[in-house]
Design a protein around this ligand. Structure first.
Ligand SMILES: *[C@@H]1O[C@H](CO)[C@@H](O)[C@H](O)[C@H]1NC(C)=O
Ligand SMILES: *[C@@H]1O[C@H](CO)[C@@H](O)[C@H](O)[C@H]1NC(C)=O
Length: 625
């Protein structure tokens, strides 16, 4: 007798219940106070570690150090251009092994917040977008545009499917308790006009339709549609209120420090201030802060965003670029986390009652039948204070929070550090010492890059070309080369005026470096006037334009462009005239010879290794092991 469909399904269900390997599947939801896991609200401490900014060998150690520091959750972006460098060709190897990273987090017994984006910003090249996306006909990024939405949905679904196949969502027994769609769109949304809201609504429903079984967040997105949780980014997020009374107060990016730019200052955020910010967040009802970054790491290869984001992404984080615990930051935050966890029962049971204890002095009390927790804050940044609370007197240093898990005894004040300091120092090795090292790589060697056009695939075009559309970011370098024939003696006062969208350039006249220019992280444009000497007759002008990390942030950042778009004008000719070269026939070369030779890995005799190195010679590749 044929089984009826419902009978069959019931049998199947029974079989699954009896024989399925135990699934520690968690039911993750949220309410106005917190993330709710299996029916219980949770206070969770989170920290960002971006998997491609360290090596797979480092991951278990970094994650363990995060756990030892009191973290419950690791947060990471997903980097589209790392995973799909060519459309349809995926890379999840090495530092891109996302599944391995998520599993390492699970092995350590921590949760994970997967910020798929797929726009990441993250001071990452082109904000994480693959360059090929830019060349799709009719595409406009991050707006209500069909070609863009199709690609965004395809990649997001690809990542979600990967996670599902490995059972990595909490709903399947895995560590992923949250996911993010889009990123910080609220801060640029105005520029996208009426198409912005439909786009955000589409992104929200597209994400929810992927059915991950865990909540989605959008950071910096005041109009995040239900059920997406809008979260705060900032140095302080205690004053943040979510856009619905049904949503909890989450802090997606609490900055440990800041981004390092080439030539910029190394950031430093005192842990007293960071601890103050975190304690204030809990004082005023927050339940999930995230350190951005907990370990920043390194921008390997050409992954730095731009312009001018440095290779170090240290961020003054609790774990430094090299994976070493930074003290007293790591230790003091650990103490803060311990103090907060002592308060967890009361924090998740009730809302705080806020009272003033005087000017810039504020108490928050979480009181239940069984528990009483208090946070006492002095938000004056200049003077210490003594306050009366529940009949006792407490000293509150300026800009500090005291945590009282029993409304009586202070277990921690954010301004008082018990962790020992540790100051790392770097030792430098001189060229000479490096050169004298024994072994197969005895020291420095070098090779010269030809000036001007040297590759067979160069090409000529009338006019000045925008760089990113020309190189598709296959290289940071683009040569603009021009041959000119001057009938008369140009005189000794000539100046070459060059305007470029950036990010840097070198000008060579008749094979010799005549001058350089560069933009900076705030303004990538380069406008230079370079005095040059030309001769009557034939001359060559070779301009080498460089990108230093592609723009990763801002409205329509993907279209800002780079390179020498002109004008390029010769001024100060003897006869009083000027010559505009902008629409002349220029010859272009994408990339340098050294890149084609993959120089760092070449060990052959092409390298010179005499004991005197050429110094201050333009376009020299140097190598040392
Ligand atoms: C998951 O938890 C929520 C809230 O705690 C509850 O309403 C819902 O029924 C639970 N779902 C399952 C499948 O247990
Ligand atoms: C101290 O607080 C005042 C008032 O809020 C503020 O204007 C000032 O920038 C703060 N100073 C420092 C060093 O944080």
């Amino acid at each position: 007798m044929a089984m009826r469909r419902t009978q069959f399904l019931l049998l199947l269900l029974w079989l699954l219940c009896v024989y399925a390997p135990t699934c520690f599947c968690a039911n993750v939801t949220y309410d106005h106070r917190a993330l709710v896991i299996d029916g219980k609200r949770r206070v969770l401490i989170s920290g960002s570690i971006h998997y491609p900014r360290s090596t797979p060998e480092m991951w278990p150690d970094l994650i363990q150090k995060a756990k030892d520091g009191g973290l419950d959750v690791i947060e990471t972006y997903v980097f589209w251009n790392l995973h799909e460098p060519v459309q349809g060709q995926y890379n999840f190897e090495g530092r891109g092994d996302l599944v391995k990273f998520v599993k390492a987090v699970a092995t350590a017994g921590l949760y994970l917040n997967l910020r798929i984006g797929p726009y990441a910003c993250a001071e990452w090249n082109y904000g994480g977008f693959p360059l090929w996306l830019h060349f799709i006909p009719g595409i406009q990024f991050r707006t209500d545009n069909e070609p863009f939405k199709a690609e965004m949905q395809r990649f997001t679904a690809k990542i979600v499917d990967m996670m599902k196949q490995e059972n990595l969502y909490a709903s399947q027994g895995g560590p992923i308790i949250l996911s993010q769609i889009e990123n910080e769109y609220g801060s640029v949304e105005g520029a996208y006009g009426p198409a912005a809201v439909p786009y955000i609504n589409w992104a929200a429903s597209m994400a929810t339709s992927l059915d991950t079984g865990v909540p989605w967040v959008m950071c910096q997105q005041e109009n995040a549609p239900d059920p997406i949780i809008n979260t705060c980014n900032g140095f302080y997020c205690d004053q943040f209120t979510p856009n619905s009374k049904a949503k909890p107060k989450f802090w997606a990016e609490g900055y440990n420090g800041w981004v390092l730019y080439f030539g910029g200052a190394i950031s430093y955020r005192p842990v007293e201030d960071l601890a103050f910010a975190v304690a204030r967040f809990f004082q005023l009802g927050g339940t999930l802060p995230n350190y951005y970054m907990y370990h920043g790491g390194t921008n390997f290869g050409r992954t730095s965003g731009g312009p001018f984001v440095a290779t170090s992404y240290d961020f003054d984080a609790a774990i430094d670029e090299y994976g070493i615990i930074r003290q007293p930051k790591w230790g003091h935050l650990k103490d803060v986390h311990k103090a907060i966890k002592l308060c967890e029962e009361a924090l998740i049971t009730t809302d705080p009652t806020i009272t003033s204890l005087g000017s810039n002095l504020e108490a928050a009390v979480y009181k239940t039948e069984a528990e009483c927790v208090a946070f006492l804050a002095n938000i004056d940044n200049t003077s210490d204070a003594t306050v009366n609370f529940n009949g006792n007197s407490y000293n509150l240093p300026a800009w500090s929070v005291s945590i009282l898990p029993d409304c009586k005894n202070v277990v921690l004040n954010t301004a008082k550090i018990n962790s020992a300091s540790m100051i790392s120092s770097f030792t430098t090795e001189s060229l000479k010492e490096v050169s004298s090292l024994e072994g197969p790589s005895p020291g420095w060697s070098w090779i010269s890059e030809p000036i001007g056009i040297s590759k067979a695939d160069s090409f000529s075009k009338f006019g000045l070309l925008e760089q990113i559309n020309t190189t598709a970011d296959r290289s940071d370098y683009l040569w603009y080369s021009l041959r000119i024939d001057l009938e008369d003696d140009p005189g000794a006062q000539t100046v070459l005026h060059i305007e470029s969208l950036g990010h840097a350039l070198h000008a060579f006249i008749n094979g010799k470096l005549a001058g350089s220019g560069k933009g900076n992280s705030d303004n990538s444009k380069v406008n230079v006037e370079i005095p040059i000497i030309l001769v009557a007759g034939k001359n060559t002008i070779d301009l080498l334009s460089l990108t230093v990390g592609l723009q990763h942030y801002g409205p329509f950042f993907d279209t800002w462009g780079a390179g020498i778009t002109g004008p390029v004008i010769l001024k100060g000719l003897k006869n009083g005239s000027t010559l505009d070269f902008s629409s002349k026939q220029w010859t272009y070369q994408i990339g340098l010879k050294g890149e084609d030779l993959d120089l760092p890995s070449v060990t052959s005799g092409q390298w010179n290794s005499q004991s005197t190195l050429p110094k201050k010679q333009p376009l020299t590749w140097y190598k040392v092991s």
